[in-house]
Design a binder for this molecule. Structure first.
Ligand code: KMH
Ligand code: ZN
Length: 276
């Protein structure tokens, strides 16, 4: 399949509405963002939710309501974050799977995360991976540093392929504490991905100023794109991002220039082994 998967990650857990007024934090804001991004060419939504005060939460009722609302209003593949915020306990992060999304993220190791630490112990990773296998949830393996691809190889070797049999990774580049958001780092990852099962696909996102170099490098190495206000709040020097749609529209433009137009959600499901 020669098209491009475009994942929108509209909210994240790190920015506040006070600092970034265009951030979608309510369910209504999330659903309308999802609909507009789908119309522009997104096929997957990576979801973090907020509470009534706009703070990150993994509240089970809210997660279920979010999955139901997105399913009702869009055809997007719904991927819940099991990463949450750096303060979320492992039990709550595992419980994200109870909301029965089609996909969930699964980070392949602990990484310094700015001034914080994003904890992902080996046993916790194994738990997430095996529970997703049991429940028919397709993982997206989040990679913050090159060595985490080796951890993924070890995981698959010891515990088997994910549900659906297809391996998809997302390179999250430019987190202070992880790998840089550069073309050179992306190419190093792309080489390492060749040691994973045949057919493994990858998307990439560059945090902050890595956004554009990573997008161009991903497109030119056969990778897919993740964009959104979880990762990027400045559109260009001195210009705050106006909306997630602005970022998706730019990604669609680049993908079309690369002659790899956006995949529809149905094509994305077929590629990733997500049941229709
Ligand atoms: N918010 C970060 C600590 C994920 O969604 O799986 C973790 C994160 C990764 O965003
Ligand atoms: Zn996330």
């Amino acid at each position: 399949m020669t098209g491009t998967l475009i994942t929108v990650a509209p909210t994240g857990a790190e920015s506040s509405k006070a600092d970034v007024p265009a951030l979608p934090v309510t369910l209504d804001e999330l659903v309308s963002t999802a609909k507009e991004c789908e119309a522009l060419g997104a096929s997957i939504i990576h979801v973090h939710i907020r509470d009534e005060d706009g703070r990150p939460t993994l509240d089970q009722g809210r997660l279920r309501a979010t999955v139901a609302a997105l399913r009702e209003s869009t055809g997007l593949i719904i991927q819940l974050s099991s990463g949450g915020a750096v303060t979320d306990p492992e039990a709550s992060r595992l419980a994200v799977l109870d909301a029965a999304p089609e996909m969930a993220s699964c980070t392949m190791g602990t990484v310094n995360f700015g001034d914080d630490v994003f904890m992902n112990r080996w046993d916790f990773i194994v738990d997430l991976h095996t529970r997703m296998q049991e429940r028919g949830i397709v993982p997206e393996y989040e990679i913050f540093d090159l060595g985490q691809l080796t951890t993924l190889q070890r995981l698959l070797g010891k515990h088997g392929l994910p549900f659906g049999g297809h391996v998809h990774v997302d390179l999250v580049m430019g987190v202070p504490g992880g790998m840089p958001g550069t073309a050179a780092a992306l190419v190093a990852c792309e080489q390492a991905i060749r040691d994973l099962p045949a057919g493994t696909t990858f998307s990439a996102t560059g945090i902050g100023r890595g956004t554009i170099p990573v997008m161009l490098a991903a497109l030119s190495t056969g990778g897919h794109l993740r964009v959104g206000m979880e990762d990027t709040v400045t559109y260009a020097k001195g210009r705050p991002v106006e909306s997630n749609m602005q970022l998706v529209a730019r990604a669609v433009g680049f993908a079309q220039l690369a002659q790899r137009p956006p995949l529809t959600p149905a094509q994305a499901r077929e590629l990733l082994g997500v049941p229709a």
